[in-house]
Write a protein that binds this ligand. Sequence first.
Ligand code: FCA
Length: 333
Amino acid sequence: MKLQKLLSIAALAGMTMLSASANAFFGSKDDSIKLGYLVKQPEEPWFQTEWSFAEKAGEEYGFEVIKMAVPDGEKTLNAIDTLAASGAKGFVICTPDPKLGPAIMAKAKSYDLKVVTVDDQFLNAKGEPMVDVPLVMMAASEIGYRQGSELYKEMTAREWDAATTGVMAITADELDTARRRVDGSIKALQELGFPQEQIYRVPTKSNDIPGALDAANSLLVQYPSVTQWLVVGMNDNTVLGGIRATEGQGFDAASVIGIGINGVDAVNELAKSSATGFYGSLLPSPDVHGFKSIESLYKWVSEDVEPEKFVEVTDVVLITRDNFRAELEKKGL
Ligand code: FCA
């Protein structure tokens, strides 16, 4: 009995020594884990903020974040090759196109990389959401609803006549989160009594200021009798494109109310020395998206804890010219 015990202790000690020398040899114990963070539009402060909070998580837990820009499908698939070659164990991604979901997952699987999606959900070949891939995103319909409510509130405060007011809703329906935000906004306006027939939708070709500007220009020329505009869009850049179009067609700041979504992309506009038609923005939590998504990936990779399939981030605050500095500071942005 005694001998057996001694032998097993000796065996255990031997195993520990073996694994200690293996660690020293391969360096596996000290090497930090590498994780990718791939975003479709790195020029948006939204995604830069996600990156910087992902790096905070990396500092806290001791892993390395590889930041990559993936503006199209080809760059996305190449990025996954590069990540695998550098020894990364997985990545967080905001895809440039939800329909790339199956191709991204197939490539990730071929390298045994784990994937967490952020902001935009993957779609399968049938166009259905790929609910098995973990997702961190904002509460799109609710934030849209808040946009519509705040627009109505500001229009009422300015005592506008609804009869001469139009809603310019710049849409991007192929992106689910965009469709839900804009639909939520329109729902709020309708529920508050805004005339349905004065809500005009126009699709944008690209989710940036130039795309939205073109869309808005084509809409404005169709409704010359409208004297005040409410501008709805899925994010700050979309609404800013709408605002720039109204300026180009002679509307002054007092006749236009636009409220964006993202907040961090609206800072330059809100800091301008005089007011524009861009009244404010709804600031969700890019800090939480960036930190939580990669934290859950890290725990998956290092502790085998599977992330929740769906994390919906609901916090949102309206920032305007009056409070944006204080509100951003509160979040450490
Ligand atoms: C989408 C938009 C971004 C941001 C994000 C949360 O990806 O394109 O601007 O709003 O959702």
